[in-house]
Each structure stands twice: as C-alpha cells, then as structure tokens.
Ligand binder design. Sequence first.
Ligand code: CU
Length: 163
Amino acid sequence: MKLVAPLNLNFLLKCFFLAFVLCFTDCLAKGDLTRQKPLEVEILFKGKVGESHFYDPSVLKFETGKLYKLKLINTSDSKHYFSSHGFTNSIFTRKIQIVKNKKKIAEIKGKINEVEVFPGNTIEWWFVPIKTGEFNDLYCGIKDKKTGVSHSEMGMMGTIIIE
Ligand SMILES: [Cu+2]
C-alpha cells in the first residue's frame, strides 16, 4: 500500500497555520483608539478686519479610526468660530486642550459642537473620526467689525473630508 499521507499532512498543517494567522490578525481587538499616538494637523485662522478672513488650509482630510490633535491657531486680529456640524457628528472627541504661552491651562471633555478661538490663541482638539463623509459646512458666522458682513461671506469657509 502506498502512503500519500505525509504530503497531505504537510498541506493540512500549512492550511491550519495560515488559518490561524489570518484569524489571529483579524480577530485582534483594536483596543482604546483614543490612546494612540496623535497625528498632528494644523489649521490657521487668518485675515484682517475689513479686508478678509479665511482658514489656512481650507480643506482638511482625516481618516477614521486614527487619533488626531488638530491645532486651531488664530493668528488674526479677530475672534473666529470653527463650526461644522457634519464634522462634529462624525467624530469622537477625547478632549479639547487650551494652551496659553505654550502651557496647557485647561482641558474640556465631552461632545463638542463648535469652538471659538480668540486672537493670538491656540486650542488643540483631540478626536477620533468614526464616520466617513465630505462636509462643506465649515464656516465662521462672526460679523466683520467694519463691513458688518459675516466672515464666511468674506471667504472663511472650508471643507472637511473623512475617509
Ligand atoms: Cu471668523
């Protein structure tokens, strides 16, 4: 009688090993997504009263499942809003950190709907995007002190893309 078992056994072992590896990597829990090393992104609020107001950059891109530290830096002479309901409905906020003279002075936790940053100040928004989408609703509703026109109408609009 001819034995073909050794060949089959070898094949079976390989299959078993492959299945084990696939299952192990696929079934591994991702753990606490808010405790990853954050990816740093910056957005500047720029402009001059009576002339223009804008976000730089005006398009922000994020990926679901990653932790971001978005720095909102107001380098202008006006206070500004960062409002996008599409964005805030698609993320989990870990915290907002208020920084003054490079020192953390406060942390705010919970669901955030919009933020306002005063001239010369920076805040850090730590969040994990959980839903994909393209949101063209980033705007600042504050009215310009000279023209009386909203900052959005003067150019302060943007898009947030979550992939
Ligand atoms: Cu503004």
